[in-house]
Design a protein around this ligand. Structure first.
Ligand code: ATP
Length: 319
């Protein structure tokens, strides 16, 4: 293989740049040319290509976001759009494409593989909702960002003896909510994977108040419902007034944690090596601290379960 292309797509995640750096430098180390595709699949349709050399990925390992930019691309959902993308890749002499993104990005890559492109997926999303990998690039940083926010909110919560409902990202999953809630010592964690009873949340709140707790943090994953709705329900049932904070896009930004940089470096390198070995429809993942690879189609048919033991533990510790 002489030339590979790389793109970032879907929501940005801290560590995508570290993965790009690893893809570019590992490819060059093995004597291949690398082409960057800007703005995800849109860049394939518009031939928004940029050659990448060793220096073009210098000084980015510590930067959040993605130097290639990212986008969501509706034209890629239709066969004509994908056929055009494939033609552009072939015309540019690209033999293998590495995509860094979430499950949507992987689905797009799979469609491209069906019409002849060698593709490898690197899981890059803060949501951690991709099967076959214990962690996705960006998850650790996002969780740390949320924990940092919880710490600060807890200061003011304690000063005013108030309860806060904090909404965190995660799309349809509760991975960020659970990890950040456990690490931040939240009193209640509401995630889409577990039906919740608002009366139990209120009971926990009241129990805390009765034993003199000066703060109360309720974490809600965005996939459940809005934090304002939860706050209103609490008010309706108990007359307890809670403050609402929607953390929003700050969870996507920031310098990647050491863990995300290391994960991204390992995954980027592994993706290139898979192409070199002739694999064409794989995703890389981390399982038990080891980098593994899986058939992309099979991986997308799997589901990823939340760790219910962690959920139960968070409840016990927040008593
Ligand atoms: P995140 O989880 O961070 O949101 P993602 O990769 O899941 O990232 P999506 O918006 O779902 O983000 O997908 C990114 C892009 O991948 C889409 O805009 C579209 O171009 C392409 N894509 C997604 N699903 C498909 C599909 N089923 N077929 C073809 N292309 C797809």
């Amino acid at each position: 293989m002489k030339k590979v292309a790389v793109l970032t797509s879907g929501g940005d995640a801290p560590g995508m740049n570290a993965a790009l750096r690893a893809v570019v430098r590992t490819s060059i180390y093995h004597g291949m040319e690398v082409m960057g595709v800007r703005r995800g699949y849109s860049g394939l349709l518009n031939c928004d290509f940029v050659p990448l050399d060793i220096s073009s990925v210098a000084d980015i390992i510590q930067r959040g976001g993605t130097i290639l930019h990212t986008a969501r691309c509706d034209e890629f959902f239709v066969p004509e759009g994908r056929a055009l993308a494939f033609t552009h890749l072939r015309e540019a002499g690209v033999e293998g494409l590495i995509v860094i993104g979430g499950d949507g990005t992987f689905r797009g890559a799979l469609e491209l593989e069906k019409i002849g492109m060698n593709v490898i997926g690197i899981p890059g999303t803060i949501d951690n909702d991709i099967p076959c990998t214990e962690r996705t690039i960006g998850f650790d940083t996002a969780v740390n960002t949320v924990v940092d926010a919880i710490n600060k909110i807890r200061d003011t919560a304690t000063s005013h003896e108030r309860a806060f409902v904090i909404e965190v990202m995660g799309r349809r999953s509760g991975f960020i909510a659970l990890a950040a809630g456990l690490a931040g010592g939240a009193e209640s964690i509401i995630i889409p994977e577990k039906p919740f009873d608002i009366h139990e949340i209120v009971a926990t709140l009241k129990r805390g108040q009765e034993r003199g707790k000066q703060h109360n943090i309720i974490i809600v994953a965005e996939g459940v419902s809005g934090a304002y709705e939860i706050s209103k329900k609490i008010l309706d049932i108990s007359r307890l007034d809670t403050r609402v904070i929607v953390l929003g896009h700050i969870q996507r930004g920031g310098s990647p944690s050491a863990g995300d940089r290391i994960l991204a470096s390992k995954m980027g390198s592994a993706a290139v090596q898979l192409l070199l070995k002739g694999f064409r429809k794989r995703m890389v993942g981390i399982v038990g601290d080891e980098i593994k690879d899986f058939d992309l189609e099979w991986a997308l048919s799997q589901s990823k379960e939340i760790n219910m033991e962690d959920y139960i533990l968070s409840g016990i510790l927040a008593m």
